[in-house]
Design a protein around this ligand. Sequence first.
Ligand code: NAD
Ligand code: GLY
Length: 360
Amino acid sequence: MAELKVKLGSDSYDIHIGTNWISELANQFTQMKFSSNALIISDSNVAPLYSNKIAAVLNSVGFSTEHYSIDPGEQSKSATDAMDIYTKAIESKLDRKSPIVALGGGVVGDLAGFIAATYLRGVPFIQIPTTLLAQVDSSVGGKVAINHPLGKNLIGAFYQPELVFIDTLFLDTLPERELYTGLAEVLKYGVISDCDFFDYLRQNSNDILMKRPETIIKIIHRSCQIKADIVSTDERETGLRAILNFGHTIGHAIEAYTNFEKYNHGEAVAIGMHGAALISYHMGLCSAEVVEKICHCITKFHLPLKAAHCPADKILPLLVRDKKVINGKLNWVLIKDLGQVTIVNNVPDAIIAAALNEIT
Ligand code: NAD
Ligand code: GLY
C-alpha cells in the first residue's frame, strides 16, 4: 500500500494506492467526520461489479448507502443526469456532511464531483476510480465538470475530493482498450516531467500491458505523484498546471469532430501528443529522435498516432474552441526534451496546419 498527499492547505487530501484492499475503506470512512448516509454514484457497467462490495464495507462501519447508476459514456456527463442525481440526493435526505462517492471512470468522477461541488453548496466527495485513466489522472486534482451541448467540460468547478482510494483490483475487469486509454495519460507524465519514467515505460511496456502487479502499482504511483506535485503548486491552472494539457488541444478537437464516438479520451490524447510533438519539432524545439521515441511508445501501447477521416481543415477551427484559449491566443504545450516542456502561444498557423496534415 502506498500513500501520497495533494498539498492544498485545508483542502489537502491523501491518495491511497493498494491492491485488493476495498476493506480498508472502512478505516478511512470512520476517520472522517461524515453523516452516516452516503450516495454511491456509478455507471451500469461498474455498479453490478463493485457497488455492493463497497456498500458492504461502508455498511459494516455504520453507513447507510444510496445508489445511483448512470448510463456508461460521455453523454451522461450532462445537466439532465446531474438534475436527476440532485433529485435522488434530496429525496434521500443527504445533508451537508453526507459523502458522495464516485465509483467508476472519469465520466462518473467528473459528474459525481460536480454534484458534490454544487449540492447544498458543497458536500464531502470521495473518489474511488476504477479505470486506469481515472486512477492516474481524473480522480486527482479536483477538476469536476459536466458537458454542454456546445462543448465538453464547459460547466464545472475546482472541487477537491477528501480522499482518493485506488484499488488495482478494479483493473482486472477493465476492457483492454480502456487500459490503453489510461496509458496515454501515463505516457504524458513521462513526456512532460520525468524522462527516467518515460524510459521505464519504454523498457517495461510488455509487463505493463500484461498488468504485472508491481509495474502497475509503480506507474499509478509515479503518475499520481507527478500530478499531485503539479496540482499542489498550481491548483487553479494559473501557470504550471497547464502542462497537464499536453496533447489535449488537438485531442479535444478530434474528440469533438468525431462526436465522442470514434475515439475515447486517451486515444484522442495520443493523437494529440503526436501532433504536439511534430509541432515542437517543426518549431525547432526538440529533435526528431524525441518525436520518434514518443511515437514508438504510443504504438507500443496500442494507441493511434493518426486520426483517419478527420480533415485538417475541419480540425483547425475546433482548436480555437479550446477552453485554454485566452484573448484569442492558443497556448500550446510543446516539448523541449523528454521530461521537459514549455508553453508557446505564437505557433505559426502554417506549422499547426502542417502537423495536422501529418496526423490526419
Ligand atoms: P469512462 O468513465 O467512460 O470509463 C470507460 C469505460 O470503462 C466505461 O464504459 C465504464 O463503464 C467502464 N469501466 C470503468 N471501470 C471499469 C472496470 N473496473 N471494469 C469494467 N469496466 C469498467 O472513461 P475514462 O477514460 O475513465 O474517463 C474519461 C472521462 O474523464 C472524460 O469525460 C474526460 O473528460 C474525463 N477526464 C477528466 C479529467 C479531470 O482532471 N477531471 C482528466 C482526464 C479525463
Ligand atoms: N487533466 C488535466 C488537469 O487535471 O489539469
